[in-house]
Design a protein around this ligand. Structure first.
Ligand SMILES: NC(=O)c1ccc[n+]([C@@H]2O[C@H](COP(=O)([O-])OP(=O)(O)OC[C@H]3O[C@@H](n4cnc5c(N)ncnc54)[C@H](O)[C@@H]3O)[C@@H](O)[C@H]2O)c1
Length: 304
């Protein structure tokens, strides 16, 4: 199969790219490397176009490549950045998606899978199901709600296509350049510093990047029609528990880690975001394979 990956130089895109190439597929990456990810290494079945969504070079290359599956990952998603740059976020996340879908009208791929996010939901004490109401808390979540609306409209107009929105929860693993909690914790461990955290009680659903990439692949293989899918483990982990695990895993590899609450990072508006992933499991057979402690141990080894 020929597969296009927008954002294919990024954290999750790199893993998806490797998975596609390992499975013998041809891949094309469109990425403008704005986050400083390295340009993907040459491979006989990989084409790399360094251009932004909306660029002429990218459009020409995609039309010539005529992908059978389109994985749309390129987006801006570090929340503080998106709040500080709402117009840029809307332009990349929403206009960028509209541009990808317009191209899809020309190339008629069999499958279109785009990354949405748990940020479309509000906080909840119970696991979030795909039918839970949209309640985005800021620009980023709003752009993902709009992304899903665009996907739904595209699917309605192209009933022969498989179209899926992957509502990824907290993806972790090596290579995340956005200063999310996990990379920040790993940096502090790497420097031997005391780990500084904000709220310690909210639970998040940490899904390993290998599992996230596998889910995107599975979602491209389904029958025609549109659906949104949660991609998470179903296990909520509080920041306290995450740090306990990291400390113990780091201790196992001979490193120490201490943590303290930094009042500047404490947020009033906070809560739990945990996935009910029964839909993706039932429809595709995907299951998260990497246990959090194993994923953390790999991360700690990575910084050793
Ligand atoms: N990482 C997570 O925890 C997480 C959680 C939920 C959803 N998501 C979604 O998954 C997708 C991939 O996330 P990631 O963590 O790999 O992000 P990332 O920031 O590591 O990768 C995104 C890639 O897109 C590229 N890009 C951004 N804007 C572009 C543009 N206008 N034109 C071309 N390239 C552009 C960047 O250079 C980067 O390489 C995003 O859509 C994100 O919203 C991620």
């Amino acid at each position: 199969m020929r597969a296009l990956i927008t954002g294919g130089a990024g954290f999750i895109g790199s893993r998806l790219r490797a998975a596609l190439l390992d499975a013998g597929h041809e891949a094309m990456v469109i990425d403008d490397l704005r986050l400083g990810h390295p340009q993907p290494a040459p491979h006989e079945r990989l084409r790399v176009v360094i251009d932004s969504l909306g660029g002429d070079a990218a459009a020409d290359a995609v039309r010539a490549f005529a992908p059978e599956a389109v994985f749309h990952l390129a987006a801006i998603h570090y929340i503080p950045y998106t709040e500080a740059h709402p117009e840029e976020t809307w332009q990349v996340n929403v206009d960028g998606t509209a541009w990808v879908l317009k191209l899809c009208e020309d190339i008629a791929p069999r499958a279109v899978v785009a990354c949405s996010s748990a940020a479309v939901y509000g906080f909840s004490d119970a696991p979030l199901h795909e039918d839970s109401p949209f309640a985005p808390r800021g620009v980023y979540g709003e752009t993902k709600v709009e992304t899903e609306r665009l996907l739904g409209s595209f699917a309605a107009a192209h009933p022969g296509a498989r179209v899926a929105a992957a509502r990824l929860f907290n993806v972790y693993g090596p290579g995340d350049r956005n200063p999310h909690l996990m990379p920040a914790l790993m940096d502090q461990i790497r420097r031997g510093e005391t780990i500084k955290v904000g709220n310690t009680w909210p639970k998040r659903d940490y899904v390993h990047v290998n599992d996230a990439a596998a889910a995107l692949l599975r979602l491209s293989e389904g029958p025609p029609g549109y659906a949104a899918y949660n991609v998470g483990t179903g296990i909520g982990t509080s920041v306290t528990s995450l740090i306990d695990d990291l400390v113990s895993v780091a201790g196992l590899s001979g490193r120490s880690a201490q943590c303290e609450v930094d009042s500047a990072r404490v947020r009033a508006d906070d809560g739990h975001l945990v996935s009910d992933s029964s839909r993706i499991i039932a429809d595709t057979g995907w299951r998260p394979r990497v246990r959090l402690r194993d994923g953390l141990a790999w991360l700690v080894e990575d910084v050793a």
